[in-house]
Structures are given as structure tokens and as C-alpha cells.
Design a binder for this molecule. Structure first.
Ligand SMILES: Cc1cc2nc3c(=O)[nH]c(=O)nc-3n(C[C@H](O)[C@H](O)[C@H](O)COP(=O)(O)O)c2cc1C
Length: 367
């Protein structure tokens, strides 16, 4: 499968754009574990043209993560046009337009999935992006606004006619939000009756290696995009690939391996955002990494208390030394809060993975 000149080989796996999740540190971890394509979280075109710090920061991409796409959203054609030029100057491998976000404050401005109610304007937005982009433009959308207005086959053809180079569809309507099952039967129809020559990327409920394979087998999509299945679980890409090649799902990472990945995630976050913000932002990730483990809530509580990187690393080290407290099971007895050790032995510290990633460039200055 190919998008523009990027050759992905057979059955590639894409990391979904996810707000507050798909940042550079997490993308790097997913890349390490086999993700073939990465996207930034969605970035507001208005935020970019008004130089809002949080939007501009989301443009950061590491060289090591390529190919990477920058995803933008917006319902104002002129703003999207200008934002495209800003994004294009950052030199991502592709520019993706978000026509799928279901959130109220986004859709009411005709952005995200809101545009599914105004297809002529969707065309104008795509034209504006195509005009400003010197690299492939792709779209990620949903089946339609609601069950009474599923027009995805027409939308797919229109988008291809406009010149987009790949289409990703989350197989739910906007009204479904994240409820119910993703409707994979529509993925098959879009592949067979919607897109003609461009690659089609399936998305929605590919949450395990088995489901990733099933999506390929049952729908014929060219690539599978994984979202929630990767949260706290970046090795899903490698596991899905092994499963597709051998029929066996590798065992989950050992407890020390899991802790080492959390430590590396933290280190990358701190490198990217500075220690204070990195430690704070990392708090959102612990739930995913320790889901289903006995005493996980105590461990999370202990991690949340820490305000420095070394403090978090101490708690992780302590959790490593007391591995028998954290087996995958339902809590049987009231658990103790893990105690931090005094300091991390140098030998252990040396074994913590060091991030090789360097920022490709300082955040862009835009305006
Ligand atoms: C926390 C979170 C944030 C998301 N943010 C974005 C986003 O910024 N852009 C986007 O196109 N979709 C976003 N999505 C939707 C996902 O990309 C994906 O379409 C959806 O989760 C379905 O895939 P999954 O079943 O593999 O999770 C987000 C989803 C989640 C759970």
C-alpha cells in the first residue's frame, strides 16, 4: 500500500490521531513497537493562525517518527487555507483533515464531523487544503452525521475526485460518538463501492491483535488504524503483526518491561515539555498502562503524588522490586501504597532506556 511516494508494504498499521495521547513521546513509543504511520492529534486551524501556544506546540515532530501526518481541523475555509501553509512549512509527510471529531464545540462550527451536514463546504475546505499543500492530503471521517444521513460512499468518491491521496473512516456515525459497535460492514462497502484508486484505512474497534486481523480479513481495508487499543499498550502494533504472521499473540510485556516503558514515556515527556509539565501530563497515562493489575489504583495514587521525574522513577522502581504485589487480577486484599525507595541505584538507572529522539526543530514560529 502506498500514499503518495510513501510505501507501507502489506497490511500496515497506523496509530490514530488522539487528542492528549498521540503526542511526540507516545508516537515514538508506537513507532518503536511497529506502527507504520503516525499522526499528530488534531490541531485547530484557528489556533495555528492566531499563534496559540498549545496549537503550535502540537506541530512538533521528531525525525525518528517519520512518516508522520499532521492533522488539522476547522470549519472556516480561509482559516484552514492559511493553517495549511503553516503546517506545510513544517514538512510533515502528509496533511490530514479531520472531518470526524464528534465533540459539540467542534461540530457546531462546521468542523470535525459537523461538516458531514454541509458537503458543499466540505468540498471547499478540501480544495483550500489541496491548494496550500505541497505534500499528500488525506482525510479522516465518520460514516455520516446519523443513521438517516450516511453518505460515506458519495463522500469517498467526492474526496477522491478532489485529489485526496488516502481516506480513513471511523466506522461510526457522529451520533454514535463511541457507543455501540463499529460497523465494519460499512468499511467493506467503502472499499468496494466508495474509493476507487486511493488506499482506504479502516478504523473503529480494532482493539486487540485478533481484531486487527479480523478487520483486514472481513473488510478488505488496505490499512488498519488503531486508537484506543494503543493507549497504555503501544506494543499492540508488534503483537498484531506477529499474530498476523504466525497466528500466535505474544505474551504481554513482563512487569519490569512495562515499568521500563512507562519510565521511558515519562523521560520523553519531560524532554519534550520540561520536567514539571512532563510529570503532570504523564499522570493521564498511568491508567492505561496499569489497567487490570492488582493494586493498580494504589500505584497510580503514589505516582500522582510525585511532582518530579526522579520521584516518579523511584515509585516505579519500588513497584518493580515488589512485582508480586501487582499481578494481573482482581484485588483480593486491601493493598498498601507502594513506598518510594530512598534513591535509584545507579545500575538500575543506567538500565532505564535513554531516549535517542531529538527534537527535529524548535516549535515553528508562525504568523
Ligand atoms: C482520547 C481520544 C482522542 C481522540 N482524538 C482524535 C483526534 O484528535 N483526531 C481524530 O481524528 N480522532 C480522534 N479520536 C478518534 C480516534 O482517532 C479513533 O477514530 C477512534 O478512537 C476509533 O478508533 P479505536 O476504536 O481504534 O479507538 C480520538 C479518540 C480518543 C479515544
Amino acid at each position: 500500500m502506498q500514499i503518495g511516494s510513501i510505501d507501507f508494504g502489506e497490511r500496515p498499521l497506523f496509530l490514530a490521531p488522539m487528542e492528549d495521547v498521540s503526542d511526540p513521546p507516545f508516537r515514538l513509543l508506537c513507532k518503536r513497537y511497529g506502527a507504520d504511520m503516525l499522526y499528530t492529534e488534531f490541531i485547530s486551524s484557528g489556533g495555528l493562525i492566531y499563534d496559540a501556544d498549545d496549537s503550535v506546540q502540537k506541530l512538533d515532530i521528531y525525525d525518528e517518527e517519520r512518516p508522520v501526518g499532521i492533522q488539522i481541523f476547522g470549519g472556516n475555509v480561509e482559516q484552514v487555507r492559511q493553517a495549511t501553509r503553516i503546517v506545510d512549512a513544517i514538512e510533515p509527510d502528509l496533511i490530514d483533515i479531520n472531518f470526524g471529531c464528534p465533540v459539540k464545540k467542534v461540530v457546531r462550527k462546521d468542523a470535525g464531523a459537523g461538516i458531514l451536514r454541509n458537503l458543499p463546504k466540505m468540498e471547499r475546505i478540501v480544495e483550500a487544503v489541496m491548494e496550500g499543500a505541497t505534500r499528500p492530503v488525506t482525510v479522516k471521517t465518520r460514516l455520516g452525521w446519523n443513521d438517516d444521513s450516511i453518505q460515506i460512499l458519495e463522500v469517498a468518491r467526492m474526496l477522491e475526485d478532489k485529489g485526496i491521496q488516502a481516506l480513513a473512516v471511523h466506522a461510526r456515525t457522529r451520533s454514535q460518538m463511541y457507543k455501540g459497535e463499529a460497523r465494519w460492514e460499512w468499511l467493506r462497502r467503502i472499499k468496494e463501492e466508495g474509493v476507487r484508486d486511493i488506499p482506504f484505512i479502516g478504523n473503529g474497534d480494532a482493539l486487540t491483535p485478533e481484531k486487527v486481523k479480523a478487520m483486514f480479513d472481513e473488510t478488505g481495508v488496505d490499512a488498519v488504524m488503531i486508537g484506543r487499543g494503543a493507549i497504555g499498550n503501544p506494543w499492540i502494533f508488534e503483537h498484531a503483526k506477529t499474530y498476523m504472521a504466525t497466528g500466535e499473540v505474544p505474551p504481554p510485556p513482563t512487569w519490569p518491561e512495562r515499568l521500563a516503558v512507562v519510565a521511558e514515556h515519562l523521560t520523553l515527556k519531560c524532554e519534550w515539555l520540561g520536567e514539571r509539565t512532563g510529570v503532570l501530563e504523564m499522570r493521564r497515562q498511568y491508567g492505561g498502562y496499569f489497567k487490570g493489575f492488582r493494586n493498580a489504583s494504589n500505584l497510580r495514587a503514589a505516582l500522582m503524588e510525585e511532582t518530579t521525574k526522579d520521584g516518579v522513577l523511584e515509585v516505579l522502581l519500588n513497584a518493580k522490586e515488589n512485582a508480586d504485589e501487582f499481578q494481573m487480577s482482581v484485588p483480593a486484599t486491601p493493598s498498601k501504597k507502594p513506598k518510594a525507595t530512598r534513591s535509584i541505584p545507579a545500575a538500575v538507572k543506567a538500565k532505564l532506556p535513554t531516549p535517542s529522539a531529538q527534537k527535529q526543530r524548535a516549535p515553528a514560529t508562525v504568523g
